[in-house]
Write a protein that binds this ligand. Sequence first.
Ligand code: FES
Length: 96
Amino acid sequence: MGRAAYALGTAVEVRVNNDSGFIFEGHEYSLLEALEAQDVPVLHSCRGGYCGCCRVRLEKGLVNWHQESLVPLADDEILCCCCTPQSDVSIILPEE
Ligand code: FES
């Protein structure tokens, strides 16, 4: 499964919980991998779009889905394991 809509090397900013962000340069396969590389404590399990653990709220920006979600999501929710940022994004992690 590809990520054709994402131009590798296009850097965008990822902001988490309205805090300072980091730059996503497209080297990671998914937003989940990028968050892990930044030591952001995002929950995950299946990495395949079917458990829903990595769900976050997309407050601002656009993402490309490289894999379809297999769980129901609210209109403003995304699965980090299934997406890459398409523009600068701001995400809100679920409260523990
Ligand atoms: S880790 Fe299971 S849906 Fe993302």
